[in-house]
Ligand binder design. Structure first.
Ligand code: MN
Length: 242
């Protein structure tokens, strides 16, 4: 049976409309489907429903999106903070915390690594663009297809290095925030050459990994992307529902 994978959603409202929409990009859905999972989209409803959702899924994919309100990690808003999705923050953070408590496999992508880190008690750097420490360009503006943009250096003894089969890779980069203090129980296992954290993980049997790049929009034959989604879905199948 295909493991059920919950995908978190952004909230949007079409211009000039009072209709609220919840959505996730098709590239996440497609990779979960191709890797053998059953993708289920989780709308940003009342956080009281978090446990009811977690009863029905075998793993959680924290997807990309806008910025998390810094109050969730005890900081004040930087002047370059981007847009905040209030219903998403309200639903997704308790969802991620409860999924961690249940030991469900979790894969965080872009905003998702940040959600995972904040949910587990860590903090974020709010704007790399104006941050003098970030000397590599992390927010690319490209058109016409996928792009590997900057190098990451991967810790040798990490789950990520095992999956990649190397300690270096070239990844895309569509973020202006990054993990700052790594949450207790996690460690940073990949870095850009300017030291920006590009992956965090927790050791163990279950899959608990966050990556700062967007593997789902690398080239369709990107071996790293396939390895990540296949390992995640396999962990969800092994872990089962609890
Ligand atoms: Mn980057």
């Amino acid at each position: 049976m295909r493991p059920a994978i919950g995908l978190t959603c952004h909230t949007s409202a079409s211009q000039g409309s009072y209709h609220t929409q919840y959505g996730a990009n098709g590239s996440y859905v497609g990779w979960v489907e191709r890797a053998g999972g059953l993708p289920l989209l989780l709308p940003n409803v009342d956080p009281g429903l978090v446990d009811a959702y977690l009863d029905r899924i075998d793993g959680l994919l924290l997807t990309g999106g806008g910025d998390i309100h810094p109050h969730h990690y005890r900081a004040e808003p930087h002047k370059q903070l981007g847009s905040i999705d209030v219903p998403r923050d309200r639903f997704e953070l308790p969802l991620a915390r409860a999924a961690l408590a249940r030991e469900l496999p979790i894969f965080g992508i872009c905003r998702g690594i940040q959600t995972l880190n904040v949910a587990a008690g860590g903090t974020l750097r709010q704007d790399l663009v104006s941050d003098p420490i970030a000397t590599v360009q992390h927010r690319i503006a490209n058109v016409g297809g996928p792009l590997g943009h900057h190098t990451i250096l991967i810790e040798e003894d990490s789950v990520l290095a095992q999956l990649v089969g190397a300690t270096r890779a070239v990844v895309n980069s569509y973020h202006h925030q990054a993990v700052d203090e790594v949450a207790e129980g996690f460690r940073a296992t990949a870095f850009a050459t300017d030291g920006t954290i590009e992956a965090i993980e927790r050791d163990g049997e279950r899959f608990l990994l966050g990556v700062q790049w967007h593997p789902e929009v690398m080239e369709p034959d990107d071996p790293l992307t396939a390895a990540l989604f296949e390992a995640f879905v396999a962990a969800c199948r092994r872990g089962g529902r609890r």
